[in-house]
Design a protein around this ligand. Structure first.
Ligand code: S3P
Length: 170
């Protein structure tokens, strides 16, 4: 295994933890959304609006298929673990950590975000239904489930860092 993937719903802390983990382990950090934004020169809402969600999902899979083999951290987008092919690529090329949060925490973090088209088009109830629907697939994709409720970003980062070193060297 070479890559460290962080999966979980929007607002579960994938990017914030990924950046800290990258500093802790001294390996590069990639944010899938940011990489897709750089490649296309468009924002995520613009990509959804111009090409539609299915095309965005294709871009995510292409990113996973093509990404070079290196020891690094990848914060995935919240929808990445929904595709069987994506789950398979991640599990075969790295260690997958699922950041488990409560919907309450997630809603507090994302409800006013205008850069997330799925939040923009959903009511609180819609988003909670999506969260519940996705959860089993995050669990299916992950090697390790990480609880985030009432834990600091640093605490979570230390825990994942420890597990990465343990599993990589052991
Ligand atoms: C999405 C999550 C977003 C981004 C896009 C779609 C989703 O990533 O990929 O807005 O379907 O859950 P984050 O989880 O980083 O917000």
């Amino acid at each position: 295994m070479n890559k460290v993937y962080l999966v979980g719903f929007m607002g579960s802390g994938k990017s914030a933890i990924g950046k800290r983990l990258s500093t802790l382990l001294d390996i590069p950090f990639y944010d899938m959304d940011a990489e897709i934004v750089t490649r296309t020169g468009m924002t995520i809402p613009q990509i959804f609006e111009t090409y539609g969600e299915p095309k965005f999902r294709e871009m995510e899979t292409e990113f996973l298929r093509e990404f070079p083999d290196e020891f690094c951290i990848i914060a995935t987008g919240g929808g990445v673990a929904m595709r069987a092919e994506n789950r398979e690529i991640m599990r075969q090329t790295g260690l997958v950590f699922y950041l488990n949060s409560t919907f309450r925490d997630i809603w507090r973090r994302v409800s006013t975000d205008t850069n997330r088209p799925i939040v923009q088009r959903s009511s609180r109830g819609d988003l909670e239904a999506l969260f519940l629907k996705r959860k089993p697939l995050y669990l299916q994709s992950a090697h390790i489930r990480v609880e985030t409720t009432n834990r600091s970003l640093n605490d979570i980062t230390q825990y994942i860092g420890f597990q990465v070193l343990r599993l990589k060297n052991g």
